[in-house]
Design a binder for this molecule. Structure first.
Ligand SMILES: Nc1ncnc2c1ncn2[C@@H]1O[C@H](COP(=O)(O)OP(=O)(O)OP(=O)(O)O)[C@@H](O)[C@H]1O
Ligand SMILES: [Mg+2]
Length: 153
């Protein structure tokens, strides 16, 4: 089925979590999710929801000292990347990004904009935005699918 661009407005972390959970429940193997948005916008909250939707019981935390963390035990493995501290895209090669991203799990990348040039075609781009005029817990979540490799905008 063709992926249709969606814009969802939420007003709590629980809603963001639940959107991610529902997304993960039906996500096919090989799905790559590029999370885009400012510090503290909710990328890790979204990732926690993905894990829940896959049936993973472990608590997902941001991989601070490693670029990547794997979570097994769910319907599919979850490969969680946080590339905030990456110096150069070549570091992604060292951790074997392509093997994960073109593999059969679910790959999620926080700060995906920093590695745009290696983002696979067909990645689901999820941008989370605040709008303080609508409250501190308000977020707009925009979901879209990329049409070519190395492209997020
Ligand atoms: N609607 C919302 N959706 C998600 N998080 C929200 C929402 N409203 C408030 N929050 C809060 O915003 C914070 C989001 O933190 P989170 O660690 O998920 O952000 P992040 O985008 O991963 O940040 P970082 O860039 O540091 O990795 C949490 O404290 C969460 O409770
Ligand atoms: Mg985070």
């Amino acid at each position: 089925m063709e992926f249709v661009r969606k814009e969802i407005e939420v007003s709590s972390p629980e809603e963001t979590y639940n959107i991610a959970k529902e997304f993960a429940e039906s996500a096919p193997a090989g799905t790559v999710i590029a999370l885009i948005g400012d510090l503290g916008v909710g990328k890790t909250v979204f990732t926690k929801g993905l894990a829940k939707g896959l049936g993973i019981d472990d608590d997902v935390v941001s991989p601070t000292f490693t670029i990547m963390e794997t979570y097994d035990g769910g319907r599919l493995p979850l490969y969680h990347f946080d590339v905030y501290r990456i110096g150069d895209v070549s570091e992604m090669e060292e951790v074997g990004f392509d093997e994960f991203a073109y593999g059969n799990g679910i790959t999620v990348v926080e700060w995906a904009g920093l590695i745009e040039e290696i983002i696979p075609k067909g990645t689901i781009k999820i941008e989370i935005k605040k709008d303080l005029s609508k409250g501190v817990d308000y977020r707009k979540i925009i979901m879209d699918k990329t049409e070519k490799e190395g492209y997020l905008s």
